[in-house]
Design a protein around this ligand. Structure first.
Ligand code: FEO
Length: 403
């Protein structure tokens, strides 16, 4: 394939990975992904911005077959899905230098054993002339690792944002809203969901820094956002506004209820609790942990003001699936404000203490749990109603719901 032109001097030379279903042996990819690499041709020098997953190195080299010279390979991020083909590219272009942050250099030497003399490290705000095109490098740590940066092409106002603003979405559309080439003919709904899933799984733990980075990027005139995963944004405000909302400190009037039930008692409790929340005007995102897509749970955590985990007691503690959900929520550090636990036990245990002890990263107020013995009785159902009252009152007091 020939490089796909974006502007006269910029082309896409990436790979669409239609079949990948798991990332980092951890993150589900229901829609595949892409590894976007870009070629920038200045009047004097040529830069390749990021590479692709090493499993697709031959495809990238084939793409570059008609590109006689590459002077710089910008590595915005050291993770393998972007830097993993660097060695092959450097072999093809023996004079090319890897341009990256000092931290990225150290990681790449550790991971790929790239010789020290192949690097050109850049400080925050440094520029690199390609002749009539200029690259500016902005260190934006933790989008998604500590070494990450983004690259701004000054003369064309293009932002090569690497993981930031990305989406795991395999599509042969280059752009969001490439009509007819995404399943959603507008392109927008599908990309929004994929980008939110990506934010939830990759960016949410660094929400405070993302807020700072958005302020930094707000000082730049950005005509297009070219991420390293998923389609390009020709209307940057679409993804920037979405990030502002997701990263903001204000949650939404949503209770997230991940649960698992062994013999039906916890399920009965969850159903009563959700009915009670519904009557009180609280939106609910319910996830049966026996079957749920954890990416969808992560997406719900982006917005939810409250998390209530439903679990039976197993071997004196929470069901392992509930413990995993708590671990995930704690690791992703959402802006959740309130939490509680509901569930049933047979003879005792420390379920609530164990789960509460797993949520220490979250600055949540724990609401009174409802742990019952056996199948729910009338007073247990009333206790669930009272918990729903408490959730609604907290949301109302926080200004998240009317009335
Ligand atoms: Fe797409 Fe953090 O790599």
């Amino acid at each position: 394939m020939n490089p796909r032109a974006i502007t006269e001097r910029v082309a896409w030379v990436g790979v669409v990975d239609w079949d990948r279903r798991l990332f980092d042996s951890l993150i589900p990819l229901p829609d595949g992904t892409s590894y976007n690499a870009y070629l920038v041709r200045g009047s004097e020098k040529v830069a390749l911005i990021d590479t692709v997953d090493p499993s697709f190195a031959p495809t990238l080299l084939d793409f570059l077959g008609r590109v006689p010279r590459v002077d710089y390979v910008v590595a915005n991020h050291a993770e393998q899905d972007h830097a993993g083909s660097l060695g092959f590219v450097l072999e093809r272009y023996p004079a090319a230098k890897v341009v990256c942050t000092p931290k990225c250099k150290a990681l790449l030497i550790d991971e790929l054993h790239i010789p020290e003399d192949r690097f050109l490290t850049v400080e925050n705000g440094a520029t690199l002339s390609l002749g009539d095109r200029t690259l500016e490098f902005l260190h934006l740590p933790w989008v998604h690792w500590p070494e990450t940066m983004v690259t701004y092409l000054r003369e064309e106002n293009l932002l090569f944002s690497c993981d930031l603003f990305g989406s795991h979405l395999a599509a042969n559309a280059l752009y969001v809203n490439d009509e007819g080439t995404l399943f959603d003919p507008t392109g927008r709904g599908r990309v929004y969901e994929a980008a939110k899933r990506y934010y939830a799984e990759i960016m949410m733990p660094f929400r405070g820094l993302i807020q700072k980075h958005l302020a930094t990027l707000g000082r730049y005139d950005i005509r297009m956002v070219l991420p390293s995963h998923g389609p390009i944004h020709r209307k940057p405000e679409f993804i920037v506004d979405a990030y502002r909302d997701w990263a903001s400190d204000t949650p939404k009037n949503v209770a997230v209820v991940p649960y698992i039930s062994m013999h039906g008692s916890t399920r009965q409790m969850v159903e009563r609790f959700i009915d009670a929340l519904t009557e009180r005007g609280v939106k609910v995102e319910r996830f049966d942990l026996a079957a749920t897509d954890l990416g969808k749970l992560a997406m719900a955590l982006v917005d939810g003001a409250t998390v209530v985990i439903g679990t039976p007691t197993v071997l004196a503690g929470p069901h392992p699936a509930a413990a995993y959900a708590a671990y995930l929520a704690n690791a992703l550090r959402p802006k959740t404000r309130f939490a509680s636990v509901i569930g049933s036990y047979g003879w005792g245990g420390r379920t609530v203490d164990t789960l509460a002890g797993m949520l220490t990263n979250l600055k949540v107020e724990m609401l009174p749990p409802v742990l019952i013995k056996g199948a729910p009785r009338m007073e247990d159902l009333r206790a669930l109603d009272a918990l729903a009252d408490a959730v609604a009152a907290k949301h109302r007091a926080a200004g998240l719901m009317a009335g």
